[in-house]
Design a protein around this ligand. Structure first.
Ligand SMILES: Nc1ncnc2c1ncn2[C@@H]1O[C@H](COP(=O)(O)OP(=O)(O)OP(=O)(O)O)[C@@H](O)[C@H]1O
Length: 367
């Protein structure tokens, strides 16, 4: 659990960019971020995610800014700690390993730059966390894209950073390689005690990895908060679209072995999902896409749908597709989103405050 008194990251940047022939750009962010877990910096292409990360790293200097990381001031009205003096690890889109050094050589380079001597135990822990024991003697051109990124992450951690910055670390990988590396990133989240700032424009990746989300639109911070709170909003352009959906946190309450199903309790609401082998009591994160949720006036227990939950309508908002609407629903203490056609809205005469049944077609386990 995160301690209330743990020092946070205070970041406030105001940067303007005016390059000849290009649209002017302004980054305006003022936020306090948790000092543990993964904070995703999310937004469409060009929204300023990388610029924000570069400001944290000191690679870019906001005209005015204040940055405090784990109790240390890195930027203030009269202070600007240069990048090489900031104890941070940076993982780029494309791995930036030295081609003339083996994976081990790359790691040794980081050990030399580390703030304090690296113990054999710490080295082995990081190598095993990234699962790179068997590839240490290979050169970067003898590694797959995913393996290169795992070595790059291990190298960033061996610097003994106070914060890990990751700029779309999966962007250069194909989807099979992405799936291969995601479990390592999830392991990082649960085993590191430093914060990770993770830039991504992939809703999928963020739903799997983030604890906290900052949303940028055209350089401005338009939302920030816990993942489930931010993903339950219907007013954010960056989050509206095909992938819109709520994320629920819960734990396995029951397993039905003959039917290969698990019941996941999220507060008072529970959902049956495909059993993934997790024992009763395991923490589980579920993603329920708005397009997989339909509404009915009665419990409709003759349908093939396993999950039917009582809900009430909180809000009806237009969708970016003009044939559709997004409906925010209260389901026990959780928020659920449903994407319906305007025709259904009209024929069912739906309105705020009504009680209905939500039928959920499929629920993705994102852990
Ligand atoms: N060196 C630069 N000079 C001028 N403009 C730049 C420079 N780098 C980025 N920009 C512009 O600043 C804005 C923010 O860019 P930034 O790279 O931070 O966005 P992003 O959200 O990370 O985008 P992406 O997801 O495409 O990487 C964009 O409009 C971009 O075109």
């Amino acid at each position: 659990m995160m301690s209330e008194s743990a020092p946070k990251i205070h970041a406030q940047f105001h940067l303007t960019r005016q390059s000849k022939g290009l649209e002017p750009f302004e980054l305006k962010v003022s936020t306090e971020l948790p000092s543990q877990g993964v904070t995703a910096i999310f937004g469409h292409s060009g929204s300023g995610k990388t610029t924000f990360l570069r400001c944290v790293a000191g690679l870019e200097r906001a005209q005015s800014g204040y940055l405090e990381v784990q109790g240390q001031i890195w930027q203030g009205p009269k202070q600007f700690l240069p990048t090489h003096q900031r104890p941070l690890g940076y993982v780029f889109q494309e791995s930036s390993l030295f081609d003339h050094l083996t994976a081990m050589g790359n790691l040794k380079f980081a050990i030399k730059r580390a703030a304090a001597p690296t113990t054999t135990e710490a080295f082995e822990r990081i190598v095993s966390l990234m699962g790179i024991e068997s590839i240490l003697m290979r050169y970067p051109n003898q590694l797959s894209g995913g393996e290169r990124q795992r070595v790059a992450i291990a190298r960033a951690l061996l610097i003994q950073p106070r914060i890990l910055l990751m700029d779309e670390p999966l962007a250069s990988l194909d989807s099979a390689r992405k799936q291969e590396i995601l479990p390592y990133l999830a392991k990082l989240r649960s085993s590191l005690d430093i914060p990770i700032l993770y830039v991504s424009h992939s809703v999928d990746e963020i739903a799997q990895l983030a604890d906290h989300v900052v949303v940028l639109e055209s350089g401005h911070m338009v939302a920030q908060g816990a993942l489930s709170e931010v993903f339950a909003r219907t007013d954010l352009k960056a989050l509206s679209g095909f992938d819109t959906g709520a994320v629920w946190q819960g734990e396995v309450a029951e397993r039905d072995a003959p039917w290969h199903l698990s019941k996941v309790a999220c507060g008072q609401a529970s959902l049956w999902v495909r059993d993934a082998g997790d024992p009763v009591g395991s923490a589980m994160r579920l993603r329920i896409l708005a397009r997989d949720v339909s509404l009915s006036r009665s419990v409709n227990d003759e349908s093939s749908i396993v999950n039917r939950l009582p809900v009430s309508i909180l809000e009806i908002t237009p969708d970016q597709d003009e044939a559709m609407v997004l409906i925010r629903l209260q389901c026990a203490e959780q928020i659920l989103l449903a994407r319906l056609t305007k025709r259904s809205l009209d024929t069912m005469q739906l309105a705020v405050g009504q009680s209905l049944w939500a039928q959920i077609k499929s629920v993705a386990i994102v852990r």
